[in-house]
Design a protein around this ligand. Sequence first.
Ligand SMILES: *[C@@H]1O[C@H](CO)[C@@H](O)[C@H](O)[C@H]1NC(C)=O
Ligand SMILES: *[C@@H]1O[C@H](CO)[C@@H](O)[C@H](O)[C@H]1NC(C)=O
Length: 207
Amino acid sequence: MLTLLVLTTLASLAVTSPVLPSQTWPPAFCNKLECPKYTMVKSTKDYEERIYDAAKWTSTVVSGMEYNTAVSEGFMKLFSYIEGNNKKKVTIPMTAPVATKVEHGQGPYCKTNFTVSFFVPFADQASPPEPSTSDVFTNPLPQMTAFVKSFGGFASETDWTDTAKALAKSLDNATVSYHKDFYYTAGYNSPFQLFDRHNEVWFIKKD
Ligand SMILES: *[C@@H]1O[C@H](CO)[C@@H](O)[C@H](O)[C@H]1NC(C)=O
Ligand SMILES: *[C@@H]1O[C@H](CO)[C@@H](O)[C@H](O)[C@H]1NC(C)=O
């Protein structure tokens, strides 16, 4: 009985995502928008290690050569979905970040798959409004550990790839095991925000 109690207590502690004392929620870079919950595992001068809770995202895949073109196309589809182009015809609040999974093709002329995603607001996590077009879909992501490198300003395609390379170098030096065949870019600001812009690249830890 006591064992059961202890186990139950431990289990409930484990799921409540302890937040480090210095960490306030939501982080300032979420700009008062809802954003996915994470627990900070550690912070080094080169990157942060965060455990993201399992959560649903709304996604669309754009295959192409150029990051900005592909992400704009994906963004417009998802924006249309939250503006009411869904089966319930409801408006869904904007969240942060716009996360894009980047999977490069193997050869020099191979297309890259860009999976552009909006985080589903907490109120809709249990049952996200169903998209009304087949190229937009609800995308449940499992709990995952992300290695995160942040930078400011308006991110160019080179900024994203340079940051991904620098992060990979730090992770290789730290001999951590992570998925090398894809990474995420996360943008937190609208194009109209000129200052205090926040961008992140995520590599995902291999379990
Ligand atoms: C991109 O997606 C297509 C369709 O799902 C798949 O056949 C292809 O292998 C993917 N390419 C990469 C580089 O992941
Ligand atoms: C590589 O890792 C070592 C210790 O693990 C650290 O002292 C050093 O600063 C790292 N070098 C780079 C370039 O990150």
